[in-house]
Design a protein around this ligand. Structure first.
Ligand code: SF4
Length: 353
């Protein structure tokens, strides 16, 4: 399960680094239960179906920076619905699983997943700066993933010994919950592997706590010789405020190409208006909205699912309104497949056959 960083985790991380740590303070101050979250938004308990059982299984974690972008007294707020534990999570539909994308089948060293040709993914941290209720890794056994640098040595050996690997993806959890000293050390070792060409970072931290993109992060990110790709995860235009804009600009000024992936979520972004506003906002910031994911069928998230027929309709409407580069690829991850699978209309599938 995604780990909640404890006060002592954060304190000990802070003790081993000299960097200014405002983002760590934000992690400490994050809201950790539904009642406090609803109180902060002026919502009465009866306005949301939350009885506490769901959050016992997957705790609530919401930084105040993210909270500040939610509307007061609005139980339908699209940011709130992404993070509030609700009773519906306890009804597990049959086709929903603990490991919907087959991560456990492709672990080649502790915390190292080799799913697709030429790329490997490192589970750098089990912690996140926000807990998204639809997360496909909400049941991932993070307790078995590496914690100290030495624990990564088998993974580094694996990468060094396979010259077909050209890209390393830092993921989690959120890899940017790890201190910059540790990330710098890891990236230095990756830099030294000659056949690696690209470093990709999958993170939601620059969105939920934008001050995470600080000088210390920019130093190691700018220094790597690897081509840098940062994939953000933003589902709704309301998530993007001035702080997020600054964080994106800083990442770009470090030489990173910034992309976004969104998940299609019922009552959150399943409308032409919501998706077109999001995609347009992103491209105006120089961020490519590269994927719109069909929900991964993870246990507890079925209330977020949108029918594929509706998803196809939304994407075709986006194509009528936006330039091609602003229309994300609509994809689904199928365990065992060699890549993400595009979701295409029937007439297009017939053409390809
Ligand atoms: S979607 Fe990303 S940020 Fe959200 S809980 Fe999952 S890993 Fe963490």
């Amino acid at each position: 399960m995604t780990e909640v960083p404890t006060e002592s985790d954060i304190a000990s991380e802070a003790a081993i680094t000299t960097e200014t740590s405002t983002w760590k303070n934000s992690m400490k101050l994050a809201i950790r239960d539904s009642k406090t979250l609803m109180d902060a938004l002026g919502l009465a308990p009866e306005q949301m179906a939350a009885n506490g059982l769901a959050e016992q299984q997957f705790p609530v974690f919401v930084p105040l920076e993210f909270l500040s972008r939610m509307r007061q007294k609005d139980p339908t707020d699209p940011l709130l619905l992404q993070v509030l534990a609700q009773d519906t999570e306890m009804d597990i539909a049959q086709s929903y699983h603990q490991d919907p994308v087959g991560d456990s089948l492709v672990e080649v060293a502790p915390g190292l997943l080799h799913k697709y040709r030429g790329r490997v993914l490192m589970i750098v941290s089990g912690a996140c700066a926000v807990h998204c209720r639809y997360c496909f890794r909400r049941h991932y056994p993070y307790n078995t993933a590496p914690k100290r640098f030495e624990d990564w040595l088998p993974s580094l050996d694996y990468i060094r010994n396979d010259s077909t690997i050209h890209e390393v993806i830092l993921s989690g959890g959120d890899p940017l919950t790890v201190t910059d000293d540790r990330l710098a050390e890891l990236v230095e070792h990756l830099d030294a592997i000659p056949h690696l060409a690209r470093l990709r970072i999958h993170t939601r931290l620059p969105v939920v706590i934008p001050q995470r993109v600080d000088d210390a992060l920019c130093r190691w990110l700018s220094a790597t010789r690897l081509s840098k790709w940062v994939v953000l995860h933003i589902n709704h235009a309301n998530e993007i405020d001035g702080g997020v804009v600054d964080a994106i600009r800083r990442l770009q000024s470090c030489g990173a190409i910034v992309l976004n992936q969104a998940v299609l979520l019922r009552d959150i972004n399943d409308s032409v208006k919501a998706l077109s506003e999001l995609c347009e906002r992103l491209v105006n910031l120089g961020v490519l909205p590269y994927y719109l994911h069909q929900l991964d069928r993870v246990a507890g998230a079925q209330h977020f699912e949108v029918d594929e027929s509706q998803g196809l309709h939304l994407v075709s409407e986006l194509a009528k309104r936006l330039p091609g580069f602003a229309v994300p690829k609509y994809v689904v991850e199928i365990s065992g497949e060699a890549s993400k699978s595009p979701i295409l209309p029937e007439h297009r599938l017939a053409f390809l056959e």
